[in-house]
Design a protein around this ligand. Structure first.
Ligand SMILES: C[S@@+](CC[C@H](N)C(=O)[O-])C[C@H]1O[C@@H](n2cnc3c(N)ncnc32)[C@H](O)[C@@H]1O
Length: 295
C-alpha cells in the first residue's frame, strides 16, 4: 500500500505524540538503553557508518543530531568534525541524553552539547547548521512534514541532512522477535496507522525520498542497504535485550501470560540461533539511508 500524501489530522497527531513521549522518555526505556547501550552500538555500527558517509562531514562543521538517544551517531560525529567543529545533540527527553553526556565526558569530547528538543519544533535560529543527522529517529516523528520543514529551516543554504531508518518489516530483525510475539498476543494490535509514525514505515520504497522532496529538500537520494548486525554476546541475551529495549513492542509483551512469553522466547531463540556463527549473532539488517540539501 502506498503512503498517503496528506498529513494526519491534528487529533491523531496529538495522540501519536502522547504515546511516543511515554514510550521513549519513560524510566523503563531509559534504564534498558543504559544497560544495553554498548551491545546496541556494536549491533548497529553499520548504521552509524552509513550516516557518517551520507552526511559528508568535514572538520569545522556545525552539526545538529536529532533524536540522539544515548549518543549514536552524535559522539562519532563530534570526533569527525573536531577540533573546530561542533555537535548539538538533541532528544525528546533528558533520560537517554544523560548517558550520552557521560559517554562524551569519558571520551574527552569537548565539542558536543546536549539539549532537550522536539524535532517538530527546534529551539534554534534559521540557518544555524551545516549538517543535520538523525539515526533511527525519523520514524517516530508524529508530524513528519513539520519536523522535516524544521530541519530544513535550521540548515544553512547548501547544508545537508542525512537520515537512517529501518527498512521493510519482513526482515530478520523483526521476524526473529516482534514477529513471533505478534503470533502469541491474544488481541493482535491494529495495523499501524497508514499516515502515522511506525518503525518500518520507510521500508516502503521512495517514501523517505518523497517526504524529503515534499518538505523542500533538493538533491534527494534514497538507498536501501543491508548491514551486518553483529551481536557480541549470547542468543539469550539478544532476546533479553529485545524485551527491555524495544519500546514500541513493550505493550504487546506486557499482554502475554508467563506461559505465552516462555513459548515466544523459545521460538525466538530458535530463530536467532540460525544467525549464530559460533562467536556472535550476525543478523542482516535492512536499513534505508536518505539525504537531501537545503537549496
Ligand atoms: C531508537 S532511538 C534512536 C536513538 C539514537 N539516535 C540511536 O540511533 O541509537 C529513538 C530516539 O528518538 C527519540 N525521539 C522520538 N520522538 C522524538 C521527537 N519528536 N523529537 C526528538 N526526539 C525524538 C527518542 O527519545 C529516542 O531517543
Amino acid at each position: 500500500m502506498s503512503s498517503p500524501s496528506t498529513s494526519p489530522d491534528a487529533a491523531k497527531i496529538q495522540m501519536f505524540r502522547k504515546r511516543l513521549h511515554e514510550e521513549w522518555t519513560g524510566d523503563r526505556t531509559v534504564a534498558a538503553w543504559r544497560k544495553w547501550h554498548a551491545q546496541i552500538a556494536a549491533f548497529t555500527r553499520g548504521a552509524t557508518e552509513a550516516i557518517l558517509e551520507a552526511a559528508h562531514l568535514r572538520p569545522g562543521m556545525r552539526v545538529l543530531d536529532l533524536a540522539c538517544g544515548v549518543g549514536d551517531p552524535a559522539l562519532s560525529i563530534a570526533s569527525e568534525v573536531s577540533p573546530s567543529g561542533h555537535v548539538t545533540a538533541t532528544d525528546l527527553g533528558p533520560g537517554m541524553m544523560s548517558l550520552a553526556e557521560e559517554l562524551a565526558r569519558k571520551k574527552g569530547l569537548t565539542n558536543i552539547e546536549f539539549r532537550e528538543a522536539n524535532a517538530e519544533s527546534l529551539p534554534f535560529a534559521d540557518a544555524s547548521f551545516d549538517v543535520l543527522t538523525c539515526r533511527f529517529g525519523i520514524m517516530f516523528f508524529p508530524d513528519l512534514s513539520k519536523a522535516l520543514r524544521e530541519g530544513l529551516r535550521v540548515l544553512k543554504p547548501g547544508g545537508r541532512a542525512a537520515f537512517v531508518a529501518w527498512g521493510k518489516k519482513e526482515q530478520p530483525f523483526f521476524t526473529t522477535t516482534a514477529g513471533i510475539i505478534l503470533k502469541h498476543v491474544p488481541v493482535p494490535p491494529p495495523p499501524p496507522d497508514p499516515d502515522g509514525p511506525s518503525l518500518f514505515m520507510f521500508g516502503e520504497r521512495d517514501r523517505l525520498r518523497r517526504a524529503l522532496e515534499t518538505a523542500g529538500f533538493g538533491n534527494v537520494h534514497e538507498e536501501d542497504r543491508i548491514i551486518a548486525g553483529r551481536w557480541p554476546s549470547s542468543v539469550e541475551q539478544y532476546w533479553e535485550q529485545f524485551t527491555e529495549v524495544a519500546a514500541p513492542f513493550r505493550p504487546l509483551l506486557d499482554q502475554l501470560t508467563a506461559e505465552q512469553r516462555s513459548q515466544a522466547r523459545a521460538e525466538s531463540l530458535e530463530e536467532v540461533k540460525k544467525f549464530w556463527n559460533g562467536q556472535e549473532v550476525n543478523l542482516p539488517l535492512e536499513i534505508v539511508i536518505g539525504s537531501g540539501m537545503r537549496p
